[in-house]
Write a new protein. Structure first.
Length: 298
């Protein structure tokens, strides 16, 4: 059974590659590249893009034959799997690229401030309705909320302060307290940091001081990311390069330009996973406020 890829992310190797199936879910399969400590993801979706993603739209595809440990090989643009009739043709698929690092969002513009405030309110309502362990408002009130919220709030406040002051060492120290923290395939602390980086990239533009901080912080983050799982490390790897999912980058853009569809776009970003989307959006909103806004988080 041959399926044509609808799109491929910018981080997908353009040459031949070999991989092993790392994990398989109903609509996604992660492949561990043999020559790199990161994953690429085969996903079934009509809209959701990943920098490391190979997207297909066919609802008829079945991943049951793809089990952990099987070999996958891409040759001449066709991805094949050991002991499976499934093949994925990548040759005509357009490349999807995340443009969040080019956004240069001005969070002092009235439309961006209004959009940010609207998303913050939507986020807190959604977190409370879903009874997630992290509720954004609680993070600024120590010893409030769940045990996870109380544990993560102090390093988040430390991260905010140290990033505002361009203190790399203290920022990494704060991030280390968050890496791998929380339940899930991608723990809440990791999701927050990914969103936080999205916020920083969104507002940095061509500011060399901010870009220098992001690169240094990213290098340090990859060192401590060894403490979390490979799926999270892959997302963090791409985040340090300014590469994020389409749902998160679409939301950053919608906030920056004051989109009229802000509610639908924010709900789409929050709907990823059980709480991963909401944790990432929390990080995004806080990251957007660090360097160029008068918005108050307290």
């Amino acid at each position: 059974m041959q399926i044509h890829a609808t799109s491929i992310g910018e981080a997908i190797p353009r040459d031949n590659f070999d991989a092993l199936i790392h994990s398989a879910f109903d609509t996604a399969v992660n492949l561990h590249l043999v020559d790199a400590e990161r994953l690429i993801t085969l996903l079934v979706s009509d809209h959701y893009e990943l920098p490391q993603g190979i997207r297909i739209e066919s609802k008829d595809v079945r991943f049951q034959s793809l089990t952990v440990g099987l070999l996958a090989a891409c040759r001449a643009g066709v991805l094949r799997f050991e002991s499976s009739p499934l093949t994925i043709d990548l040759r005509a698929a357009p490349m999807w690229k995340c443009h969040i690092s080019e956004l240069n969002a001005d969070m002092q513009s009235p439309s961006a401030e209004r959009s940010w405030t609207a998303v913050w309110q939507i986020l807190n309502i959604r977190q409370k309705l879903n009874k997630t362990e992290i509720i954004a408002d609680d993070l600024f009130q120590l010893n409030t909320g769940s045990l996870l919220s109380q544990k993560i709030s102090r390093p988040i406040l430390q991260l905010i302060s140290s990033t505002e002051q361009f203190d790399i060492e203290d920022s990494i120290h704060a991030a280390e307290k968050m890496i791998g923290l929380g339940p899930g395939v991608t723990p809440s602390g990791d999701d927050f940091l990914i969103g936080f980086l999205a916020g920083l990239w969104s507002t940095s533009g061509g500011n060399q001081g901010q870009l220098s901080f992001i690169h240094s912080f990213g290098n340090g983050l990859m060192e401590i990311a060894k403490q979390t799982n490979l799926i999270s490390r892959t997302y963090i790897h791409h985040a340090t390069k300014g590469q994020f999912s389409s749902s998160l980058s679409n939301l950053a853009q919608a906030i920056a330009f004051g989109s009229e569809n802000i509610r639908a776009i924010s709900e789409a970003a929050m709907h990823v996973g059980h709480s991963s989307g909401m944790d990432s959006v929390t990080g995004l909103l806080i990251g957007l406020c660090i360097w160029n806004t008068e918005l108050s988080l307290a």
